[in-house]
Write a protein that binds this ligand. Structure first.
Ligand code: SF4
Ligand code: SF4
Length: 338
């Protein structure tokens, strides 16, 4: 067990030698995972961060390397090696989303940038305290108190946190600060977690039945239904930027004089030029094709490629789409259309 004050002390001690990323609220109240300087920066009462923690492992803009061509010679300057990072406060849906991203970057092609951050990061999970109206993680078999994917899982029980060590990385973190964790009250913590889990199970307002959805959607490539969905979509890309499992990126060059850098930036399959070839051919030239691709990816392709769902039911796209395109309605429609 660990008290809130001790947890704050833990974060303050960790920032001395580690990069610590936690949910932080900006001056407009937008919560995103940001590097903190002190525990005072943490948005302790956050419900769901608008920007998911994928932004640590796959930053919105990431420098891959710099180069210098002074004197006509090319010199590549790799990004300096970084030390341990701790991502604090990751909810169960986002833990599952990290698991869904892992095989993308650790498959036939090894993405050293992602894998390096995964390797040196300790993930501290945090059980949800409430279920939001758009949440449907339960439909994907995720409970709001699940710790799977975390190195250390915390659940707020009364004025303390029940801490579960789940991996050697989590154990090493706890062993480093033994004075901050106590063995007392573990049974009370376990019972408190079970009670919270039961309470949250009763708060879900959305549920989807995924039975047969992949099989059905696989037959719908040419279905006119996608045109119907596309008519509403304005192609803003928010659904993909904020989705914890979306991972498309572009590589660009920032060049000035003899110096420059290669940057990787988030991209979106909802943008017109995402699939634009240099020949000017575009295999997904209409909104219908882009919308269809997004939902096929979420409901079929990711599963087919990696054996894990491409959606974790976090509800961000449901809450943030400016024209209310709702993946839970799409799933229900898919089951109904002929
Ligand atoms: S957030 Fe909504 S409107 Fe924007 S691209 Fe996604 S589905 Fe289309
Ligand atoms: S598709 Fe929507 S609900 Fe599913 S994980 Fe992405 S943002 Fe969350």
């Amino acid at each position: 067990m660990i008290t809130r004050d001790q947890l704050a002390t833990l974060l303050d001690r960790l920032v001395e030698k580690n990069k610590v990323i936690a949910p932080v609220s900006d001056n407009r109240g937008v919560v995103r995972y940001t590097a903190i300087r002190t525990a005072g920066d943490v948005a302790w009462e956050f419900d769901r961060a608008k920007v998911p923690p994928k932004s640590h492992f796959l930053p919105q803009t990431e420098e891959l390397y710099c180069y210098d061509t002074t004197g006509g010679e090319l010199r590549i300057e790799p990004v300096p090696a970084a030390g341990r990072a701790v991502v604090f406060g990751v909810h169960p849906c986002d833990l599952r989303a990290i698991a869904a991203l892992d095989p993308v970057f650790d498959g036939v092609f090894k993405d050293v940038y992602y894998l390096d951050k995964r390797e040196r990061t300790v993930v501290v999970g945090l059980a949800c305290k409430q279920v939001l109206p758009g949440c449907f993680c339960r439909s994907y078999g995720i409970e709001p108190t699940d710790g799977e994917g975390a190195d250390l899982m915390l659940t707020e029980v009364g004025d303390r946190y029940y801490a579960e060590i789940l991996t050697p990385k989590g154990e090493a973190l706890v062993r480093e600060f033994p004075e901050l964790f106590s063995d007392g009250g573990v049974e009370e913590g376990r019972r408190g977690k079970e009670a919270l889990s039961r309470e949250l199970a009763g708060q879900f307002q959305r549920e989807v039945d995924l039975t047969g959805v992949k099989e059905k959607v696989d037959t719908m490539f040419e279905h006119p239904y996608w045109q119907e969905v596309a008519r509403k979509c304005i192609g803003c890309g928010i659904c993909t930027y904020l989705c914890p499992t979306c991972h498309c990126f572009d590589i660009i060059e920032n060049h000035s004089g003899h110096r420059g850098s290669r940057l990787r930036c988030w991209d979106s399959c909802m943008f017109t030029d995402f699939t634009l070839h240099t020949s000017s051919h575009n295999p997904r030239s209409t909104k219908k094709e882009r919308v269809r691709n997004r939902f096929l990816h979420k409901l079929s392709y990711h599963n087919e490629r990696y054996g894990l769902a491409g959606c974790v039911g976090c509800g961000r796209c449901v809450a943030e789409c400016p024209v209310n395109i709702d993946i839970t309605k799409i799933i229900a429609d898919i089951k109904e259309v002929d």
